[in-house]
Design a protein around this ligand. Structure first.
Ligand code: UDP
Length: 465
């Protein structure tokens, strides 16, 4: 339930403008608002209209590409980040300045850890700064230690498996692709490492995970990375239910085809449908797409596949017609609604961190088809640590072949291991609920933050932060 505001705490939340970053940060803003804090989401002109959630305000800032955002740069990551830093610092600063004379001046900026410059804006205005990490604690652990020189990027076979305190040994396959092939992604690698140099100046740091899930990963990191685990940042309606009516993130860069999906699911037996999605960014090779498409057909399962418009050309010709009795292919949906639906029995996922947390929070077993970046260690944890699914092996070309995929689907849906996997999935669902519920580990961390902000003036003079 959104409470009446009892104080002047005002948090500006700044997400990186991609779906997988906007969702958890907007959710955090809603969580803070539900605890009596005024929350403003500062986001690019291009994404501002896609965000609307009760209890929070949205205000635009500029990344320098106000018409089309990242797409306007022809996918030039370096250009986008540099422009965002220059224009974002200036316009975020104006926003803080604008509120200075109001009844609710800004007290804290919670910034996506991809934007370390936002901490300078906070310091310049004398307000608190808190970094928010949208990936797993395991991934924070890896990049944090690389930044500090405690582990080395593996260069040859002898360096493998990579040994990171708190994590299982990581073979080549489970390394984040920026660590596995640093020379192939210099801008992304630089961005990942740029999260850490000024962190010690931050008043708070948060990771979208929870103690029961990744507490072990964080032990030994307290000095280098004293972050609070506040997740999973999944709408309250799917977890503790304390934020009334909170059944969606309140942010969608594409139009979800909700009715079409729920009508189609309605007639299906419980736990009989495979839901498949590769998130908002991943693009499969045509070869991989064909293997997945034919695998779904061959397995005989009913499936609902979210495939962004740009990917449709890679489907085998005539495929939609061939599978029309068994499969529905849509361009976007409300993923949470589908995962929560009783007909859904398995989630074929690219293992983006939000999708990972959503599957755990809703207790849905997975088949992992990670493609790059942090998705690879996420898949490793899903299969080996949390034991909620199967990660089919790729061949020497890096493609998961149809037979291997079909076998994984069977293992998760009906095989010997499926009972165990389902039991584990339900265990994590329960623990996720408890973490964000009243008195849970994440709830307590958020409450500590809120209580510091509410007593900000007192804390400032005592130098509590
Ligand atoms: N999502 C959605 N509808 C879809 C596909 C994805 O709402 O059809 C949401 C999903 O619930 C998740 C986010 O988009 O919150 C994707 O984030 P994730 O970290 O899983 O992957 P990314 O898109 O960043 O690769």
């Amino acid at each position: 339930m959104v409470q009446q505001r009892q104080n002047n705490a005002h948090v500006v939340v700044l997400p990186y403008p991609a779906q997988g970053h906007i969702n958890p940060l907007v959710q955090f803003a809603k969580r803070l608002a539900s605890k009596g804090v005024k929350a403003t989401v500062a986001t690019t002109h291009y994404t501002a209209a896609s965000i609307a959630a009760p209890g929070i305000t949205v205000e635009p800032i500029s990344d320098g590409f106000d018409e089309g955002g990242f797409a306007q740069t022809n996918n030039n990551v370096q250009l986008f980040l540099t422009s965002f830093k220059t224009n974002g610092s200036r316009t975020l600063s104006h926003l803080v300045q604008k509120h200075r004379q109001s009844a609710t001046p800004v007290t804290c900026i919670v910034y996506d850890s991809f934007f370390p410059w936002a901490l300078d804006v906070a310091k310049h205005h004398g307000v608190y700064g808190a970094a928010f990490f949208t990936n797993s604690a395991a991934v924070c652990n890896i990049f944090c230690r690389i930044h500090h020189g405690f582990i080395r990027v593996p260069v040859n076979k002898e360096d493998l498996p990579l040994s990171v305190p708190g994590l299982p040994p990581l073979d080549h396959r489970a390394l984040p692709s920026f660590v596995r092939f640093p020379q192939s992604y210099p801008a992304y690698m630089a961005m990942k490492l740029s999260q850490f140099p000024n962190l010690k100046e931050a008043d708070w740091m948060f990771v979208n995970t929870f103690e029961e899930l990744e507490g072990e990963v964080m032990t030994g990191l307290t000095e280098l990375f004293p972050a609070k685990m506040i997740g999973p940042m999944v709408p309250s309606g799917y977890l503790d239910g304390r934020i009334k009516g909170d059944k969606g993130y309140g942010a969608s860069l594409w139009k979800p085809l909700n009715e079409e999906c729920s009508n189609w699911l309605e007639a299906k037996e419980p736990q009989s449908v495979v839901y498949i999605s590769f998130g908002s960014m991943v693009s499969l090779t045509s070869e991989q797409m064909e293997e997945v498409a034919w695998g779904l057909k061959e397995s005989g399962v009913s499936f609902l596949w979210v495939l962004r418009e740009s990917e449709h050309g890679k489907l085998p010709s005539g495929y939609r017609d061939l599978v029309k009795d068994k499969g529905l292919i849509v361009t976007w949906c409300n993923q949470l609604e589908l995962l929560a639906h009783q007909a859904t029995g398995c989630f074929v996922t690219h293992c983006g961190w939000n999708s990972t947390l959503e599957s755990l929070s809703l207790g849905v077993p997975v088949v992992c088809l990670p493609q790059w970046a942090d998705q690879l260690p996420d898949a490793k944890f899903m299969e080996d640590v949390w034991e909620v699914g199967v990660w089919p092996k790729e061949d020497e070309k890096g493609v998961v072949r149809k037979q291997e995929f079909v076998k994984s689907l069977k293992d998760v849906m009906e095989g010997e291991r499926s009972q165990e996997i389902r039991k584990n999935a339900n265990k994590w669902k329960k623990l996720a609920r408890e973490a964000v519920g009243e008195g849970g580990s994440s709830d307590m961390h958020i409450n500590q933050f809120v209580s510091h902000l509410m007593n900000a003036d007192k804390n400032r003079s005592l130098n509590v932060f």
